[in-house]
Design a protein around this ligand. Structure first.
Ligand code: HPA
Length: 239
């Protein structure tokens, strides 16, 4: 599976530690360009894509999700592990823990969210938004929460306490800003896509104080270290 695997890195993961870089390529697509890195990771060739750019300068609502997903399809990728920082709504999910969500609620707006906006109208099935085969393989590779409803908000600001109450009422366990339209675009192109979420903070109104970038960054350092272990286990187990 791995020679066709891409890892999309989010906040805290703009480069993959231990990745021996072979080639950097800016892939041109009908939707714009997307910079990907080819490398060897635990003896397997993989592709890495930094969703927020190499210097973490692209905000969630400005990411060219269509170019990224199209580029991965174009270079022959079949499986995508998408790493994302999230806040926890459900108190069972603690800072720095890993969550492999099984469902999504999309609250984003004004993002280019489909490849099917010209010519023939196509409605993809999205009942189960993540690739279950890949989800199960990730769960074997590490200790993680095996189910969660992932709410995706527009950002880049964090939510209000009342917005988080509403997301909880809707059934959400975690909240992030980049899970959509990425997952739906991957499904449109028939790619196997799963999310590896890292808890960076307690969502608004759920912690003791206001949420600071310093807190998020500290939790991400520890959480991303766990993600690196997960990824390296995953690759060793699926070569
Ligand atoms: N809300 C939305 N996105 C996030 C959060 C949050 O609390 N933390 C990290 N990404």
């Amino acid at each position: 599976m791995n020679n066709k695997l891409a890892i999309i890195g989010g906040s805290g993961l703009t480069e993959l530690q231990g990745l021996e870089i072979i080639k950097r390529q800016v892939v041109e697509t009908p939707y714009g360009s997307s910079p990907v890195v080819y490398g060897i990771y635990n003896n397997q060739e993989i592709v890495f894509l930094a969703r927020h750019g190499a210097k973490h300068t692209i905000a969630p609502h400005k990411i060219n999700y269509r170019a990224n997903i199209w580029a991965l399809k174009q270079i022959g990728i079949k499986n995508i592990i998408a790493v994302a920082a999230v806040g926890s709504i459900n108190p069972a999910f603690k800072n720095t823990e890993i969550v492999i969500p099984h469902q999504i609620i999309d609250y984003t707006y004004s993002r280019e969210h489909t490849f099917f906006d010209e010519e023939i109208v196509t409605h993809i099935d999205f009942t189960e938004p993540y690739c279950e085969t890949l989800r199960q393989k990730l769960l074997v590779a590490t200790e993680a929460h095996s189910k969660a409803v992932h709410a995706v908000t527009q950002g880049p600001r964090l939510e209000t306490a009342a917005e988080i109450d509403r997301l909880e009422t809707d059934g959400a366990d975690i909240v992030g800003m980049t899970g959509m339209p990425e997952a739906a675009l991957a499904r449109e192109l028939e790619l196997c896509y799963a999310c590896c979420a890292v808890i960076a903070n307690e969502a608004a109104g759920r912690g003791k104080a206001e949420i600071t970038m310093a807190e998020i960054e500290t939790n991400l350092i520890n959480g991303i270290a766990k993600v690196q272990t997960l990824l390296s286990n995953f690759i060793k187990m699926n070569d």
